[in-house]
Write a protein that binds this ligand. Structure first.
Ligand SMILES: C[S@@+](CC[C@H](N)C(=O)[O-])C[C@H]1O[C@@H](n2cnc3c(N)ncnc32)[C@H](O)[C@@H]1O
Length: 320
């Protein structure tokens, strides 16, 4: 298996190219100077670094939540290697890798009972941004009221929250909302902020070229897996828009952010496509269809610098 952390790091360059700049401009216009941000499914915490480097977020507080401790740990280490500095000692926060509630077998957490010092996840300072790391299932964390408790010193950053405004200025979920049930996400997380940025939200189309005789069967089964074997929807962006609409929110931006990888590849692109082929082979296998020969041919095409891959994503912004 490709390493998930390596994949998330490699995906960053592909996201950089894909992200819809108009969505970022609209986001930038709507953020206060020192925003307090919750990122759900932050992975290796590339978004805050990107928005910092691109001059979109210059200060405030960024709370990165992910169920995968290895992803967060790796992201924290990368930030420290590049530009960030540690902030004080490990703070007594929920979340953790081996504390109660984690599952050492698969590296995920149950989102429960993780109070206490968590060595290795102390906040860091990236320029004027305080970045915090929370290992938790974001839904369980919210159900426990944890997220409201995570902002005790907001006044230090940006003054008192205005009346009626959520606890965070912004909720971010990059390549996250297509993995979860859209109504559940809006219901559980819509209350934490009045502005939501959902970039790289998959929206149903995966294409490889040149064509392979098994493409249709494999991609149909891949879709079947997304529909029936996991949370989320193959049309994740459309499902998210509808869920926010049902909840009375307004979509203020909806633009394309397609992944398009063509030869000659950068190394990161090769890693991403390798991971995608593996993900599809595995997902399709779970529906009872053997895609191993298809995957072998696609790996060979990749090795021969002859494979093009495209995935349709959308960058969405919602406000309450
Ligand atoms: C496709 S990755 C995207 C990571 C990162 N946002 C990025 O774009 O590079 C999705 C991430 O969401 C996390 N995730 C999925 N469901 C989650 C949940 N319920 N609570 C917390 N994290 C979750 C996974 O662990 C994974 O790191």
């Amino acid at each position: 298996m490709t390493d998930r952390v390596d994949y998330l790091e490699a995906k960053r360059a592909v996201d950089d190219a894909a992200l819809d700049r108009e969505a970022l401009a609209t986001l930038s216009d709507r953020l206060p100077p020192e925003p307090v941000v919750l990122e759900a499914g932050a992975g290796t915490v590339t978004m805050v670094e990107r928005l910092h480097e691109w001059g979109i977020v210059a200060g405030g507080r960024w709370v990165a939540v992910d169920a995968d401790p290895e992803a967060l740990r790796s992201g924290r280490e990368r930030l420290l290697e590049r530009a960030a500095t540690p902030v004080g000692e490990p703070s007594p926060r929920r979340g953790g890798d081996t504390a109660n509630g984690s599952n050492p077998a698969d590296g995920t957490t149950t989102g429960r009972e993780r109070d206490g010092d968590v060595p290795g996840f102390a906040p860091v300072r990236l320029g004027a941004i305080r970045v915090e790391f929370v290992v938790a299932d974001v839904f369980e964390a919210d159900a426990e009221g944890y997220l409201s408790g995570s902002l005790p010193d907001r006044d230090d950053l940006s003054g008192s929250p205005p009346d009626g405004v959520g606890r965070f200025d912004l909720l971010v979920g990059c390549a996250f909302f297509d993995l979860v049930d859209a109504d559940r996400a809006v219901d559980a997380l819509g209350g934490v902020a009045d502005l939501v940025y959902a970039p790289i939200t998959y929206d149903g189309e995966t294409a490889f070229s040149p064509s392979d005789p098994a493409d249709d069967a494999v991609l149909d089964r891949y879709r079947m897996h997304m529909e029936g074997h996991r949370d989320g929807s193959p049309e994740g962006a459309t499902a998210l828009s509808r869920a926010f609409d049902r909840a009375g929110w307004t979509c203020i931006h909806d633009g394309p952010s397609p992944w398009r990888i063509v030869p000659p590849y950068f190394e990161a692109e090769r890693t991403v496509v390798t991971h995608v082929i593996e993900t599809i082979e595995d997902a399709v296998g779970r529906t009872g269809f053997d895609a191993s020969e298809w995957a072998a041919r696609r790996r060979r095409d990749l090795a021969n610098e002859a494979l093009q891959y495209e995935a349709a994503n959308r960058d969405l912004l919602f406000r309450r």
